[in-house]
Ligand binder design. Structure first.
Ligand SMILES: *[C@@H]1O[C@H](CO)[C@@H](O)[C@H](O)[C@H]1NC(C)=O
Ligand SMILES: *[C@@H]1O[C@H](CO)[C@@H](O)[C@H](O)[C@H]1NC(C)=O
Ligand SMILES: *[C@@H]1O[C@H](CO)[C@@H](O)[C@H](O)[C@H]1NC(C)=O
Ligand SMILES: *[C@@H]1O[C@H](CO)[C@@H](O)[C@H](O)[C@H]1NC(C)=O
Length: 406
């Protein structure tokens, strides 16, 4: 994944246990990893354990422990049976970590301490922690972190990158003040993300909580995200996503998109967002498509249910003329088709008068929009609750009457 530049504080607290299971193909790790598809063959053999402090790492928060952690991965990933990488209590300063599979056995990375991202900018070529081409990434255990140090940093790697990971679980981790996206899920299949906490200031740029693209079968549960950009963003090529029990705020909400910005983007379909709370976010449930779209694609079968808004601006917004910072080269309407989107039991308060905005294009209207029990009220006193509906077709039942677009 690419990274560009930016200024952000960087301190990451990470408590992560992951198990990397052998992919069936060790000689062609660069070919079509999305098809490797969780080889169920159990690893066998005696296994091993690698304590990074025995490999030269120091938990004093100052000594660069990158080499020891990387060495532990190489050994563990190359070993058969159950392999454990142990990162004991302490603060370990590390540069970029590259955990590339497939591995021969089951690898568990148990982080009981804190991993701190180095501020030595010259060390970063890409992201901070990359886990690539690993099948069956196992569950994590929570460990308490209490690190209050801050590092200044001038580049923006993503904190935790999962590329080509099939059948994985990431849980119980805290990601704090990433330089760019906190977690980036790319070309992954069947990922469970649960009990994760993501925290960054509300005004920190591009610090999306969890971004995903070209992935399928991503489940996010019981996760608390407060960041400076989208709490969750679902990019092109993503399908079969279930988001349940997520609290978002501050942040830009739970977004689908941006869509249509680049060439050859694939459809987004079968997205379910349920039992979520949005607190003081600048958008709530949003679908955004660039107005000068470079791709023709469809976003469909999107279902939102039991969503609570607490003073969020634009609680429901479909924006097909999205053009942040006015960077679009042509004005117009996106070539993205948005259809079969349902909003069921969306309640609470809006900090903007427009609680519902369906801003679809005249060339490609949004169709199949269902609003059922949508009751979000403007919390201010100088205006009234309203819906702005353009080129949207659908049905509304049991909604606040000001919000019924149909
Ligand atoms: C990570 O490691 C793999 C395999 O060792 C290598 O092919 C790849 O180039 C590395 N990536 C980075 C960013 O160093
Ligand atoms: C998402 O939830 C639906 C309904 O509970 C379920 O049928 C589907 O299998 C789930 N998808 C994933 C990827 O877990
Ligand atoms: C509507 O959603 C809220 C959570 O936002 C939930 O507490 C409530 O039970 C839901 N109502 C129905 C009828 O499902
Ligand atoms: C009420 O809000 C709408 C939409 O933001 C705005 O256009 C209008 O000017 C506002 N009215 C008042 C009285 O502030």
């Amino acid at each position: 994944m690419a990274c560009t530049d930016n200024a952000m504080r960087a301190l990451f607290l990470l408590a992560l246990v992951c198990a990397a299971h052998a992919g069936k193909d060790t000689k062609e790790s660069s070919s079509a990893p999305a098809k490797e598809d969780g080889d169920a063959k159990a690893a066998s053999g005696p296994g091993g354990s690698f304590d990074i402090t025995k490999l030269g790492a120091s938990g004093n928060g100052k000594t660069d422990s990158t080499k020891a952690v990387q060495e532990a991965w190489t050994s563990a990933c190359g070993g058969t049976g159950k392999q454990t990488i142990l990162i004991p209590k302490g603060d370990y300063l590390v540069g970029p970590l590259n955990f590339t599979g497939p591995c021969k056995g089951d690898v568990t990375i148990q982080v009981d301490g804190n991993l701190l991202a180095t501020t030595d900018l010259s060390q970063y070529k890409g992201n901070w922690i990359e886990i690539l081409r690993v099948d069956n990434l196992g569950p994590a255990v929570w460990s308490k972190n209490s690190c209050a140090k801050k590092y200044d940093c001038k580049i923006l790697p993503n904190s935790l990158v999962l590329d080509y990971v099939n059948n994985g679980e990431v849980s119980g981790i805290t990601l704090l003040n990433s330089k760019f996206f906190h977690m980036n899920v790319f070309q992954c299949k069947d990922m469970l993300i649960k009990d994760v906490t993501v925290t960054a200031p509300g005004d920190s740029p591009n610090t999306d909580g969890i971004h995903m693209g070209d992935s399928s079968g991503v489940t996010i549960v019981n996760t608390v995200i407060g960041v400076g950009d989208d709490c969750i963003s679902i990019g092109p090529g993503t399908s079969k996503v279930n988001i349940t029990g997520v609290t978002c705020g501050p942040g830009h909400g739970i977004s689908i998109g941006s869509l249509g910005r680049y060439k050859d983007e694939k459809d987004v379909t079968d997205i379910n967002v349920k039992d979520c709370t949005l607190k003081k976010t600048s958008n709530g449930l949003r679908i955004k498509a660039y107005e000068d779209a470079a791709s023709v694609l469809t976003a469909s079968k999107i279902h939102y249910e039991n969503i609570k808004m607490e003073d969020s601006a634009n609680p429901i917004i479909i924006d097909m003329k999205y053009c942040p910072n006015k960077i679009c080269t042509a004005s117009g309407a996106s070539k993205v088709t948005v259809k079969d989107v349902s909003f069921k039991n969306v309640t609470g308060t809006s900090s903007s008068p427009e609680a519902v905005s369906l801003l679809c294009s005249d060339k490609i209207p949004c169709t199949g929009v269902t609003m059922d029990n949508v009751k979000v009220e403007y919390s201010g006193t100088n205006n009234k609750t309203m819906a702005v509906c353009k080129n949207a077709k659908g049905t509304a039942t049991g909604c606040l009457k000001e919000l019924a677009c149909f």
